[in-house]
Design a protein. Structure first.
Length: 137
C-alpha cells in the first residue's frame, strides 16, 4: 500500500511518498498551490503508483479551526473529486513543529519548502506507519 502525504499550505503544498509497504514516508516535492496543483498531484499519484492519500488536518492543537482550515478542507474535497481517491485526514497540529526539528536551518529560512515536505512525511506516518523519519538529507 503506497501513500502520498500532503501538507497543505495556501502558497505551497508539501508532499511525501511512502515505500511500497507503506511503512515509512520520504519527503518529496514542495509544489506551488496554483491553478495547476491538482494536475501536478495527479501526475505524482500516477508516477508513484499511489494507493492512498493522506492529508494533515489543519486544525489547531485545541481542535478549533484556524484561518486556513476551510480552504484546506475545500482543497481535500477538490482533490478527492479530481482523482477519485479518498483523502484520509490525520491530525497534524504537531507535524510542522516536528518537521522544523529535522529541516536544516537554511531550508527553514528559504520559504520552509523542505520543512513542508517533512511535515507531509510526518503526517503520512501518523496514519498507519511508524513515526520514523528518514531520507531527509
Amino acid at each position: 500500500m503506497r501513500y502520498l502525504g500532503i501538507d497543505y499550505g495556501s502558497k505551497r503544498i508539501g508532499t511525501a511518498v511512502s515505500n511500497d509497504e507503506g511503512t515509512i514516508a520520504f519527503p518529496r516535492a514542495s509544489i506551488a498551490n496554483d491553478e495547476h496543483v491538482l494536475a501536478r498531484i495527479s501526475d505524482m499519484v500516477k508516477e508513484n503508483k499511489i494507493d492512498r492519500l493522506v492529508m494533515g488536518d489543519t486544525r489547531a492543537f485545541s481542535g478549533l479551526e484556524n484561518p486556513v482550515t476551510s480552504e484546506a478542507d475545500s482543497f481535500a474535497h477538490s482533490l478527492q473529486e479530481y482523482l477519485g481517491i479518498e483523502v484520509k485526514k490525520t491530525w497534524e497540529a504537531w507535524s510542522s513543529r516536528e518537521a522544523g526539528r529535522f529541516a536544516p536551518a537554511r531550508a527553514r529560512r528559504v520559504g520552509g519548502r523542505l520543512a513542508s515536505t517533512i511535515a507531509a512525511a510526518v503526517s503520512s506516518q501518523d496514519v498507519s506507519m511508524p513515526s520514523i523519519i528518514m531520507g531527509l538529507v
